[in-house]
Design a protein around this ligand. Sequence first.
Ligand code: SF4
Length: 329
Amino acid sequence: MTSILEIRDLRIEFETFEGVARVLDGIDLVLGKRDTLGLVGETGCGKSITAKAILKLLPMPPARIVSGQILFEGMDLIRMPEEKMGSIRGEKISMVFQDPMTFLNPVFTIEEQLVDVLLAGGNGGTPGRKRNRKEARKKAIDLLREVKIPQPELRIKSYPHEFSGGMRQRVLIAMALSKSPKILIADEPTTALDVTIQAQILRLMDELVQEHGHSVLLISHDLGVVARVCQRIAVMYAGNIVEICSTAQLFKKPYHPYTQGLLNSILTFSKRRGKAEPIQGTIPDLIHPPPGCRFHPRCPSAMDRCRSEKPSSFMLEEGHWVSCLLFAS
Ligand code: SF4
């Protein structure tokens, strides 16, 4: 797999009134060309922080990058000046967020907003001079058609509140794809939608990715959602990547006790094995994270050494990495 994005030993802290929260504890992640990678884990484990760090959208302060690299086509985004990030955000790497209403302006029509995005230059959103609005409008209609908005010529004149939640999310996907980015990051894109619409949006994303060959980082707390779209899955817990492998490997043989717990808590999966069992306990306080393996207070397989030793990552099969001391020699 040829990589397009590599995160190396990324450590991020947040300054809070209570103390310093170590939200990313040295994560490593590789996204390949035409790869679809799902990032899953409970709320608060660091998934969205990772996505925002890639696009340099974290508020600094209170966020602080302690160490690490985020390499996009060999360039380190962490060290890239803000003027240059304008030509990366939206152009090369774009993002779809959870709540479309937050990102669509209620006082402008879909046409105005989509055309503005299309006309925006690569320099932090400065409007381009040469491309004319008529041409951009035509492209906007094509994009709405591509994301399966019915009667796009008419619906483009609508305001966001005239669209359903699923349609608004389709508009955001159209915006994210408007500059043909190389990487699409989707952060919980279907969480606010009901199950039927969720399935439609996931199918649409899958079709678009197959057709255009984007690399996708799909973030979700729901293993079922990422399994529908992604070839590979990375499982995150309390600021660490604890397991990474193909989707088939993860469902066939999950090695990490946390991944096993996640799967056992899914009703459809656990039906095959018995009743669904939630993971005991709650995610730790990241201002005072547990020493050693951060999962040890909840782990049914915890050993003495887990309380003091941080696990390294071990490759157990081709492309299947697990961070757990059960597999240390
Ligand atoms: Fe459980 Fe220890 Fe493995 Fe952590 S390192 S997941 S505590 S067995």
